[in-house]
Design a protein around this ligand. Sequence first.
Ligand code: SAH
Ligand code: F3S
Length: 453
Amino acid sequence: MNRVFIRTYGCQMNERDSEAVAALLRARGYRIVQDEAACDVLLLNTCSVRDAAEQKAIGKAANVAQQRKRNPRFILGILGCMAQNRGAALLDALPDVDLIVGTQKFHQVPDYLDNLRAAQAAGTPLGSTIVDIAEEAGSQNTIRDHVLEDKQVTAFVSIQQGCNMDCSFCIVPKTRGDERSRPMDEIVRECEELADRGVREVTLLGQIVTSYGRRDYAHTDGVTPFVQLLTRVNAIPGIKRIRFTSPHPRGFKDDLIQAYGRLEKLCEYVHLPLQSGSDQILKAMNRPYSRDRYRQIVDDLRRVRPDMYFSTDIIVGFPGETEEDFAQTRELFEACNYDMAYIFKYSIRTGTPAATMAVQVPDEVKEARNQALLAILGANSTRRNATLLGTTQEVLVEGPDKKGFGYMGRTRGNRIVHFAATERLISELVPVQIERASTAVLYGSLALAGVPN
Ligand code: SAH
Ligand code: F3S
C-alpha cells in the first residue's frame, strides 16, 4: 500500500520539486513507481501559469477520483502551484481529493501521507481533506534531495524560489511567493555531491535566477551574487557543464556577459525571455526593459560568444496588442535569430493586473500570431542545424536513446544528437561528427580517432 506515482505538469522547477518529494518519500519507506496503474497513492504536481494547464490537472484528478471511488485505500493528492492558487476551493470541483499541498510545503508530504495511511489502517474513513498551503520561512532550503537514476549525468539544482517581479500577466508571484534564495555554500555542496555521484551537467533553477542572493550577499568587484555562484560551480572539477533557467533580461549586466568569456563550463546557450518586442506592451506587462535594450544584450552576448544559442519566451495576444505591436515582436524575433522559443497565447489569470485590462485579444488572432512566430522559429532552427552538418560537436553522452538509434546526448548549444556509442561512454564528453539534421535533432557518429567505440 505504499506505492506512489507522481505526475508532474509544467516547468522544470515543478519537475525538480517532484523529484525532491520522491526522494523524501523513498527515505520514508515509500516506493516510487513508474506505472500509474500500479500505485496506491497518486500525486499530481500542478501548474497554474496558463488556464489550459490547470484544466488538464483538474480533468485528470476528476478521472482518477471517479475510477477509484470504490477503493477506500487509494489516496489522491494535488500538490504545487494549482494547490497554492486555488487551495480548499479545489474541493468544490474535486471533493474526493485527500491531500492539497502548496508550493512551500512539499517537504510535509511524507508526514501527511503517513497520517492518511494511519487513519486508513485504523479503519477511520478519510472524511476530511488535509489542506496545507501556508507560507513557511526557509522552505526554499527544503528542495535539496535527489533521486538519481543509474548513471544519470544531468541534474536540476534549485537555487531560489518565488519571484518579486510582478509582471502583469503572471500568476507565479502568487503561487510561488516571495523571492527567497538558498545559501550559496549549500548549493555548491549539492553540486559537489551530485558530481561525486556521477552528474556532469547541472542546470541551476529559479524563477529569476539573475537576482539570486541579491538580499543575502554583497557584490564583489562589481560581480553579482549570481555570477559569484556560477564562478564557484565552475570550479567544481567533476562538473563539466553549467546551464541555468530562467534569467531576467534585467540581470544581464557586464559581469554576466563577461562570465560567458571567462567560465569555460558555462554553456553558450541562454534562455532570455523577451515576452514582447513592443515597448508599449512591455510597459503594460511591467517588464522593465525596452526592445533596444534587449537587442543590445543579445548583441553583447554574441560579441563574447559568436556561437551563442538563444532561446526565449513570448506571449502573443497580451491585452491591447495591436497588429503594429505584433509586427514589432515579429521583427525583433526574426532579428534575434532564436534557436528555440516557447510561444504562448496569453491566458487570463484571475487576480493578475492584466486579467482586467480592457481590450482582450480574440483567440483566432492569438492563434494566427502564434503560428507566424512558430514558422519563423522552424526556419531558424532548420537553418542553424544545417550549419552544423559536417562539423564536430562536443557531446555529453546521456544514455541510450528511446528511438533505437543508439545513444543520445546534447551539444553545448543544447541540441540533441543521436549516434552509435557504448555504455562505457555514458557521462563522457565526446566529439561527434554531425552527418544529418532535422529541424529539431541531429544525427552523427563518434569522431574518436584511434579509440575503439
Ligand atoms: N520566470 C519564469 C516565468 C515562469 S512562467 C521563467 O521564465 O521560467 C513561464 C512563461 O510562461 C513566461 O515567461 C511567460 O512567457 C509565460 N506566461 C506566464 N504567464 C502567462 C499567461 N498569463 N499567459 C500566457 N503565457 C504566460
Ligand atoms: Fe512571472 Fe515575471 Fe516573475 S514572468 S515568474 S513575474 S519575472
